[in-house]
Design a protein around this ligand. Sequence first.
Ligand code: SF4
Length: 296
Amino acid sequence: MKCSKCSQRAVFGNPRYCKDHFIRYLEAKVRKTIKDYRLLTNKDRIVVAVSGGKDSTSCLYMLSKWYQVTALAIDEGIAGYRSVTLEDLKRFCAKHQIRLTICSVRDEYGFTLDALLNKTKEKPCTACGALRRHLINKYARKLKATKLATGHNLDDEAQSVLMNLFRNQVQLSARLGPVTGLISDRRFIPRVKPLYLCSEKEITTYAYLMDFGVHFAECPFTGSSYRATVCDLLNEYEGAHPGTKRNIIKSFLKMLPGLKARYRTSQAPQSCQRCGEPSAQAMCKACQFIVKMEKY
Ligand code: SF4
């Protein structure tokens, strides 16, 4: 099968492009997303939240070509997994001369995610997400970021939209979109998703063709999450009805301005009574875990 733009062998089916044309196509798509949704400017101090996986590494690479960036990774303490992806990330950042900050859940809180899960009945991804969000925001602020870019792709977003629908939590979808969040508060670094319109398949192909040296292994907790169930369902549906994921996002983007207007609040979140970070409750989720662990 030939590339639809030249005589080279196609490496991707839809659009049917050879390696060079596919790379150009995907990078142009990300640049257009940044421009159309005004995600970043040259004046921004950009921190990219990275894990060492294909999505965040691709995001980091592209942004580092066009902007000054700093990479920020969290070591949650997931034995046999995170240490491997962080080694990949260190190699990648050294090769591309990108400044990297790694902060560890163990150093910050005195326990690892594995220890928390061994001692409590917390759901892995809920606990992991809360600890990561807490540290990423705190360290992005320390790094004086004006924007925090993440590697979320079109598949991630379509899953989140469906999960919120299935759980009757549509108010949470108001926080989604290429620019996340509902309120501007100096304690929150605005989060943006440059890969918003790129599918998982496109990013996987890009990372492979660019030979980033990332492992494609999944976190050992992935399979136990609700997201994994929705992911399987969507993949099955996409197989039978190609274009489903993209159509979910197209429809969602039409609804998003209305959702943001409906759920936007002028009220700033309160400060956690323990750490002072912004929190929806008197004590933020991360501090609730710390207090729980202090009992053991
Ligand atoms: Fe954390 Fe869950 Fe992702 Fe593993 S799959 S890194 S536990 S959010």
